[in-house]
Design a binder for this molecule. Structure first.
Ligand code: DLL
Length: 433
């Protein structure tokens, strides 16, 4: 088993808790004394730095969320002056103002360090050639993985997104061993390669995918792993936390979240109440060491659960399970909560259905209507009409069983739904118009 920094990655859990407590105490002291934004928030919540006497006292502290960042646009929540900021990234978000994040030298160093541990946990290191096909620029994916991969001594091929045929030629000719991109983009790459007559499995050296920035299912993982002959690791992160940060290890059983950098809680999305270990809820993150944009109990909107068991890989830091969805991409259709990831899961379990789908939600009179458009697989497409009708019925019944609502299904020709180089946009909600 390879570690990047075994002393910290295998730190005894009790020592990690002590370290987290010390870092939390220092953070609250720093915010109370030096950040006008947090000082006001802490005063309102009637908490002083001295009230933090143990790790569990974190629950006395107030939450923050996206609204705080938006209300303090562009940089009023920063806790350093502009002269200490060496980089900005911007997250576009789906509505309202963008979110500006900033980094000091130390922040960038910590970010690369976290990714160095994570990429090592995916079995990568010196000698690997890593194609970074996340967007470079304001998005955190490209530059984040770039510096993380350089830190472990791998060779970086900074292709960014787009120009897919060239990406495939380079992957083959440069003997790329790992690719970092969204799972939907890797799917698109694999389809394009097929059209070009390139077999990623047989004609390239690709063995690892570091795939994330959007929810994807285990079924999709199986398809990618089997189809491309790779190990596909999930990677999680968010601009507010720095960018991409945490991956699974080779056990592929949850993201290892580096506890010396981030302190995690799971809270009830409705009430904000802290939930027990192992319960599913909204992730709240406290950044223990970030300088430019520290976040206290930041409610990130992602639904997951925490596992404090030491992983069989030997790493002792807490793990979170794969992201089920967001509190805010959760669709409520006729009063029922629906996550796009549940729909993907069902579709991927039906033989004959392709990999691409789109969800359209509409309202007829007072009634919500959900349509799932899905491409049929190449093989099923050549089948008889009767077979297609049965396939459509099968999808409808399976979706109904899992979601508990009637869903209209439309089978469409392979290659007709939009493809994505960045994050996939699977849901069109027409009810708001
Ligand atoms: O997506 C950072 C990133 C880049 C992560 C590259 C992984 C790889 P944002 O654009 O700010 O940052 O979006 C963050 O994306 O709160 C989640 O809702 C979602 N997300 C990120 N990774 C995953 C994942 C980047 N592996 C938001 N599974 C987060 C599910 C994910 N959702």
């Amino acid at each position: 088993m390879k570690y990047w920094d075994p002393a910290i990655e295998r730190i005894p859990p009790e020592e990690l808790k002590d370290l987290q407590y010390k870092l939390l105490k220092t953070l609250v002291y720093r915010l109370y004394n030096f950040s006008p934004f947090y000082r006001e928030k802490l005063k309102k919540a009637e908490v002083k730095p001295d009230d933090i006497q143990k790790l569990g006292d974190i629950t006395k502290l107030p939450f923050t969320d996206k609204r705080d960042l938006r209300d303090n646009y562009p940089d009023k929540m920063f806790n350093v002056s502009q002269t200490s900021v060496v980089r900005y990234h911007i997250s576009s978000g789906t509505s309202g103002k963008p979110i500006i994040v900033g980094y000091t030298d130390h922040d960038l160093d910590q970010w690369s360090e976290a990714l160095a541990r994570s990429l090592t946990a995916c079995g990568l290191g010196r000698g690997d050639i890593i194609q970074v096909s996340y967007g470079y620029g304001l998005f955190t994916g490209g530059l984040g993985l770039h510096y993380g991969a350089e830190r472990i001594g791998a060779s970086v091929l900074p292709t960014s997104t787009g120009n897919t045929e060239r990406q495939i030629e380079l992957m083959r000719d440069m003997r790329v061993t790992a690719i970092a991109c969204t799972p939907s983009y890797l799917l698109h790459i694999s389809e394009t390669a097929k059209k070009m007559g390139v077999s990623i499995k047989d004609d390239t050296c690709l063995k690892v995918g570091v795939l994330g920035a959007e929810p994807w299912s285990d079924k999709m993982r199986n398809k990618l792993e089997e189809g491309l002959g790779i190990k596909a690791y999930d990677i999680y992160g968010a601009s507010e936390l720095s960018g991409p940060l945490f991956t699974e290890c080779q056990e592929q059983n949850g993201f290892h979240v580096w506890g010396d950098q981030m302190l995690l809680e799971i809270v009830d999305p409705e009430t904000g109440e802290t939930l027990e270990n192992g319960e599913e809820g909204e992730l709240a993150v406290t950044t223990l060491q970030k300088e430019a944009l520290p976040l206290l109990r930041y409610r990130i909107g992602d639904i997951t659960r925490i596992d404090h068991e030491v992983c069989s890989c030997g790493r002792t830091h807490p793990r979170i399970s794969r992201i089920k969805g967001r509190t805010d991409d959760m669709l409520i259709v006729r009063g029922i909560n629906v996550f796009p990831s549940q729909i993907e899961h069902v579709l991927m379990s039906v033989d004959g259905v392709g990999n691409h789908f789109q969800i359209v939600v509409d309202r007829k009179g007072a009634l919500d209507r959900m349509l799932v458009m899905v491409e049929v697989g190449d093989k099923a497409f050549s089948d008889k009409i009767q077979d297609l009708i049965s396939l459509k019925d099968e999808v409808g019944i399976k979706l109904h069983t899992v979601l508990n609502i009637n869903v209209d299904v439309e089978l469409v020709e392979p290659g007709t739904l939009p493809r994505f180089e960045r994050k996939a946009k699977r849901v069109i909600d027409r009810r708001e118009l």
